[in-house]
Design a protein around this ligand. Structure first.
Ligand SMILES: Cc1ncc(C[n+]2csc(CCOP(=O)(O)OP(=O)(O)O)c2C)c(N)n1
Ligand SMILES: [Mg+2]
Length: 579
């Protein structure tokens, strides 16, 4: 006989799949067994992709990565107790970066709560304000399941995660929701009959009422594209005739108006100093120059609401709008104004390019590689040999952070995915890479160093499943960021092993803290012990333990080779860096 728990679990997963859910991440547990076993059946039937992780923290971030890449809410199933709390970091990140996530937590029924029952705490609302929608579903009883009610519940969960307001006309931010479902014994039964699929995907109208921005020379305008702005920011910059400052994970780092070397220019009175209006997309987090510009006296700020829960408004004075539309001003749109626009943008773009070229760390002759000025009549063969000798010498040089950032950018193409961990390296990439249409992901909602491997695994799995032409996912992290999430290297038997390169810049600790102002005056020993947090972990042994390949890339040529080599499954590419 089928238990009510199993009947309900089957109905709920069928309804979630019908509402558009594709990915389901779960961790083993007793209270959640009906959901987990039903999940296995739906996977066998080809109706859901199921991913199993023993650590819920990994599972949460895996679900985050799957949803960030696919745009579809992913479901993460946990058992009761601390298991649920392990999702908190991923839920917070999803809340702040606007990634749709459905937490499906199994719980004990009401009569077993609040009396010290084993593995029982207060689960509904455990994530406080990070989840906008919580339902505590009473344990199913025997008798027929009300499938229509379950379908409505699933549609609500999906709709709310996608930012729709299932009971009103408002559009809210995307993000995590919690469906807490109680189960009474018997917690499951073996036989399951899956209902036929009745797909009814939830459609959420995107975009709000646009605010009109006029193209005009005054006020002098700059467009800022922070994390996850999307390509629209680039189109708006072009339409406005404004320079575009686009962070590396904005999705808008391309186009003729792009200003890559924006830090130096924003600091300059002749560039940043002239800006009078800023239109902000997404969530800028990577420089101090942007918040400083947005809080400057006399700068008008228009913030286009991004996916995350909070609008970015460091000066607490921005005009926050749902969307923007650009029109030409009725006056001041003649040929001379067009020329003035081109001059305004052109100065930014050209100066940025010059700065970028001057700052490059690409293989260039160093002092020891100077050619002999007298050798003008050298034969062509000798000159070629000399050239090759020099190339080889340069490629044998150790990898710098800059060279690492440049190499990753160089080898990545639109069909690949790039995931950037928090800390120094994402800033390094942001400072130096030119425009290119690459899909770059990063957990910038809260910029944690946690869960990066799991997030990248989700991105790799979703992209490679959904796009037959998808390339490699490369995730660039520091050593502490890798060690923080090392458990996510555990891919159990039967789990998907995507084309994933975990590129670790290993400098033996957190060198980002060497840049803190206090480092100039604090005791170096104390700084090392409590901030840098040194270690000598053997990363190759870890890779071996988890069944990953390991490649050490100490020189630029080794790095170039390692990044384009073909691997069978995931690989850890370790790049030694100096502190
Ligand atoms: C979960 C979490 N804990 C702590 C921090 C603070 N934090 C920011 S960067 C960093 C060190 C990162 O070191 P590593 O990954 O080796 O990068 P590096 O700066 O050395 O390149 C820490 C601990 C954080 N962002 N997130
Ligand atoms: Mg480090």
């Amino acid at each position: 006989m089928t238990s009510p728990a199993t009947e309900y679990a089957v109905s709920l997963l069928a309804s979630l799949a019908d509402a558009g859910v594709r990915d389901l991440v779960l961790s083993p547990g007793s209270r959640s067994q009906a959901l987990a076993l039903a999940a296995a059946e739906f996977e066998a039937a080809g109706r859901l992709s199921v991913h199993v992780r023993i650590d819920e923290r990994s599972g949460g971030f895996l679900a985050l990565g799957l949803a960030a890449e696919s745009g579809v809410p992913s479901v993460v199933i946990t058992t009761s107790g601390t298991a649920v709390a392990n999702l908190h970091p991923a839920v917070l990140e999803a809340h702040h970066s606007g990634v749709p996530l459905i937490v499906l937590s199994a719980d004990r029924p009401l009569e077993m709560r609040g009396i010290g029952s084993n593995q029982t705490t207060v689960q509904p609302g455990i994530f406080a304000r990070a989840v906008g929608w919580v339902r505590d579903v009473e344990a199913p009883r025997s008798g027929p399941v009300d499938h229509e009610a379950v379908r409505a519940l699933a549609r609500d969960a999906v709709g709310e995660a996608l930012g729709g307001d299932s009971h009103g006309p408002l559009r809210r931010s995307r993000g995590p929701v919690q469906l807490n479902v109680a189960f009474r014994e018997p917690l499951s039964s073996g036989d399951q009959i899956l209902p036929a699929a009745r797909p009814e995907p939830v459609e959420i109208p995107l975009g709000g009422v646009p605010t009109i921005l006029e193209v005009d020379l005054e006020p002098a305008t700059l467009v800022v594209a922070g994390h996850a702005s999307g390509p629209h920011a680039e189109a708006v910059a072009r339409a406005l005739g404004a320079p575009l400052v686009a962070e590396v994970s904005s999705g808008a780092r391309f186009g003729p108006h792009l200003v890559s070397s924006y830090r130096a220019l924003l600091d300059d009175a002749d560039f940043g100093g002239r800006v009078r209006r800023v239109v902000v997309f997404g969530h800028p987090t990577l420089s101090r120059q942007i918040p400083s510009l947005l809080t400057r006296e006399g700068v008008e700020v228009v913030v286009v609401r991004a996916a995350g829960a909070e609008a970015y408004d460091p000066g607490r004075s921005a005009r926050v709008v749902e969307a923007v539309e650009v029109t030409r001003a009725s006056t001041g749109s003649g040929p001379s104004e067009d020329a003035a626009h081109r001059a305004w943008v052109g100065r930014w773009v050209h100066t940025s390019r010059r700065l970028l070229e001057a700052g490059t760390d690409a293989v260039q002759p160093g002092p020891e590689d100077e050619t002999d000025a007298g050798a003008t009549d050298r034969s062509e063969v000798a000159a070629q040999a000399e050239f090759l000798r020099r190339e080889v010498q340069l490629l044998r040089r150790p990898v710098t952070r800059r060279a690492l950032a440049e190499a990753l950018w160089r080898v990545s193409w639109p069909h690949d995915r790039l995931v950037l961990g928090a800390s120094r390296l994402i800033r390094e990439v942001d400072e130096i890479v030119p425009g290119k249409k690459i899909l770059v992901h990063a957990n910038r909602g809260l910029a944690g160093i946690d869960g990066t491997i799991a997030t990248a695994t989700g991105i790799a799995i979703a992209s490679q499943r959904d796009d037959p032409a998808a390339g490699t996912t490369r995730v660039l992290v520091g050593d502490l960021t890798m060690l923080h999430d090392v458990g996510s290297m555990l891919l159990g038997l039967g789990e998907t092993r995507p084309r994933l390169q975990l590129v670790v810049g290993n400098d033996g600790g957190g060198t980002i803290f060497d840049g803190l102002e206090v480092a100039a005056t604090a005791s170096p020993e104390a700084m090392t012990r409590v901030q840098f947090t040194p270690h000598e972990v053997d990363l190759s042994a870890l890779a071996r333990a988890y069944g990953w390949q390991h490649v050490e890339a100490a020189t630029r040529s080794e790095l170039d080779q390692a990044l384009v080599a073909r691997y069978d499954g995931p690989v850890l590419i370790e790049v030694p860096l100096t502190r």
